[in-house]
Design a protein around this ligand. Sequence first.
Ligand code: HEC
Ligand code: HEC
Length: 269
Amino acid sequence: MADHHEMTKTTPKEFVAATLGGLFAPGLAIFLIVMLVVAIQSRMGGQDAEAVADKAVRERIKPFGVSVAVDPNKPHIDMTGEQVYNEVCTNCHGSGALGSPKFKDAGAWGKRIAQGWPTLLEHAMKGFNKMPARGGEPDLTDLEVARGIAYMANAAGAKFEPVLKKESVPTEAELARGKAVYAENCASCHDTGVTGAQKLSDAKAWEPLLKEGKDYLYTAAIKGTFGGPAKGGNEKLSDADTRMAVDYMVEQAKASVAKAAKPEKKAAK
Ligand code: HEC
Ligand code: HEC
C-alpha cells in the first residue's frame, strides 16, 4: 500500500502541467473548429453572425406572428391591447426573450416608460434594435400596436392612453401670440429672406421643412441652425413663445405651399 502510493506520487507541479496539457489539447481543437466554421460562414454569406442569429429568431417566431389570420371578408375590428399582447407581443415580452422588457417587470420597463409615450410608440412602430417593427406582425394596425404598448407599459406601472401621435394643433390664442412673437423676433429675416432665412411665402423652401415635422422645427428654432440664430437671437425669448412663433410660421408656410400647389395641378390637366 505504502509502496504503491510512493510510485504514483506526483508533485503539484507535474499535476498542474498534466492538467493544463490535458485541457489545452482539446481546447485548441475546439478553437480551431470554431474558427473554421466562422471562416466558412463569413465566406458563404458575407453576413455577420448577429444578423444571421437575428434572422433565425425572426424565422422561429414567424409561426406565432402569422397566426393573426384575418378573414378578408370580415370588416376589420381592432384587437384590444390584451389580445394584441397575447397574439404577438407575448412571444418575446412574455419571457423577456432577446433582452426585451418582460411583461409586468416594473424594473425593466421603468426607464423605457420614462422616455415618454411618443418614443415608445415610434420604437414599436418602426422597430428598435432587436425589437421588430410592429412586433414582427405588419398586419397590426397602428391602433393595435399602440394598444399593445399601453397594455404592457400600464401593467408595469404606467398610465398611458393608447393614442396615436398627432401633431398638436395650436389654438387661435396660441397662433395670435405666435404671430406677435414672430413679428417682433423673426420677421426681420423670415419676411425678407435675409441671410438665407426661408421666407414664409417661399413654398419650395418650406415644403421639405414641413415634412421634417414640428418637433424638428421647434428644436431648430430653439437651439438654432447653421444659418439661423437660436430663438431668433433673442436669448430672453421663452421656449414656449419660440414654439408658438414656429406654429405661426408653419401655418403660414402651409398656406404658401397649398397656394403654390394649385396652379401646378391646373397646369398638369
Ligand atoms: C421578436 C421579439 C419581440 C416581439 C414579438 C415584440 N417585441 Fe417589443 N421588444 C423586443 C426587444 C428585444 C426589445 C428591447 C429592444 C432594446 O431595448 O434594444 C423590445 C422593446 C419594446 C418596447 C420598448 C422600446 C423602448 O424604447 O424601450 C416596446 C414599447 C415594445 N417592445 C413593444 C412591443 C409590442 C407592442 C409588441 C407586440 C405588438 C412587441 N413589442 C413584440 C422584442 C420583441
Ligand atoms: C437674423 C436672421 C434670423 C432671425 C431673426 C430668425 N431666423 Fe430663423 N432662420 C434664419 C436662417 C438664415 C435660417 C436658415 C438656416 C438654414 O439654412 O439651415 C433660419 C431657419 C429657421 C427655421 C428652419 C430650420 C432649418 O432647418 O432651416 C426655423 C423653424 C426658424 N428659422 C425659426 C425662427 C424663429 C421662430 C425665429 C424668431 C423667434 C427666427 N427663426 C428668427 C435666420 C433668422
